[in-house]
Write a new protein. Structure first.
Length: 358
């Protein structure tokens, strides 16, 4: 029994020794292994070349009609006729509606008769006074003034009668008609609304820091998402003189041609005003920029010791337009900017330029 126990202990010792030797051998092999192969990342680059760049002021504006007129009744009465349907085009002076004019028409006829009588009376007294010296000068003057007064009364009534026909003051579109046949109106009652849409205006607010960059007569570029993003060229037609204390902007208006009247009031417009031109600007594609906590960085390709290495650059960005961003500092002309693969590289990585200009 004792002999069997001794043999068991010996077997256990040998097993432990074998395991220890195996572990030591494994550690030695790992220590003596060659370092891992460094990865090489494929990238595309674009050489940085100075170019002319237009710095722009970007605004959001709202379309307004060139002229927006509410037509009101000038006489009181009942609407008897309507001549134009809503949405139709009208010309300046075109009749839109007619107020019942029967009473005024009768008053005009009465005033016309009175004016005719007063004129005849004055002419008789004038002839008698000047030729035959009959009558007094006072009677002559009274008849003259009576004739003039009757004529003035007639003209006043004729003007009132004419105003019973409500006319469009401008050419445009009858956007709204607010009365129907039988509607009772009084002087000042809104009857219709006419919009002139050729051209149109775009109103916006410009931050006060751009006061010196916005001038009446300058050209602007305007786009409308509702119209597929097509660009329209307009002109600054108005620059406000006062800054709104609420948002620190001053008002501006732009005039745009609108021959097909596709641009509608209240549409939202994206406006770009060129503030200044930089002749030798460093400009990079927006997708080359990588956002970090304290700003933006880019990567450039540099040749070092026969290898191409990615180097990180912190950049100060400026204005942007059409996916191009101006770099104020951090890059120099001639450097090779990584434009594809920049998200996969880090400072000091080996890279391979597989496409683009090197």
């Amino acid at each position: 029994m004792k002999r069997r126990s001794a043999w068991g202990v010996l077997a256990l010792v040998l097993a432990v020794g074998a395991c220890g030797g195996s572990a030591e051998a494994g550690a030695s092999d790992e220590a003596n292994a060659e370092p891992g192969f460094q990865r090489i990342i494929n990238v595309q680059v674009s050489p940085i070349q100075p170019t002319a760049f237009d710095e722009e002021i970007r605004l959001t504006g709202t379309v307004e009609a060139n002229r927006d007129v509410i037509i009101s009744a000038e006489e009181g009465g009942v609407i008897r006729e309507l001549f134009v349907e809503k949405g139709r085009r009208v010309q300046a002076g075109q009749p839109i509606a007619r107020i019942d004019d029967a009473v005024l028409a009768a008053q005009v006829e009465q005033a016309r008769a009175q004016a005719r009588l007063a004129e005849e009376t004055w002419q008789r007294r004038k002839r008698l006074y000047e030729e035959d010296k009959v009558g007094s000068e006072l009677a002559y003057l009274e008849s003259k003034y009576s004739a003039e007064q009757a004529t003035a009364s007639l003209r006043s009534l004729e003007e009132r009668l004419a105003r019973t026909t409500i006319k469009a003051p401008i050419a445009g579109i009858l956007e709204d008609r607010r009365v129907e046949v039988g509607t009772m109106v009084s002087p000042g009652t809104p009857v219709a609304r006419v919009l002139q849409l050729t051209p149109v205006k775009v109103a916006a607010g410009v931050p006060e820091r751009y006061t010196q960059d916005v001038r009446s007569g300058d050209s602007v570029s305007v786009r409308f998402a509702a119209l597929g993003g097509d660009s329209y060229t307009g002109t600054i037609s108005y620059v406000g003189s006062a800054v709104d204390p609420g948002n620190r902007t001053f008002p501006v208006e732009f005039t745009l041609p609108n021959r097909d009247e596709a641009i509608k009031p209240e549409m939202v417009a994206s406006v770009a005003i060129r503030s200044r031109r930089v002749e030798d600007a460093i400009v990079v594609p927006q997708q080359a920029l990588i956002r970090v906590e304290d700003g933006y960085v880019v990567f450039v390709a540099e040749d070092e010791g026969g290898q191409t290495i990615a180097r990180r650059r912190t950049v100060d960005v400026g204005a942007s337009q059409q996916n191009q961003v101006q770099i104020r500092s951090g890059l120099a002309a001639g450097e090779r900017l990584i434009v594809v693969g920049q998200q996969q590289v880090a400072e000091g990585d080996r890279i391979r330029i597989v496409d683009g200009d090197s």
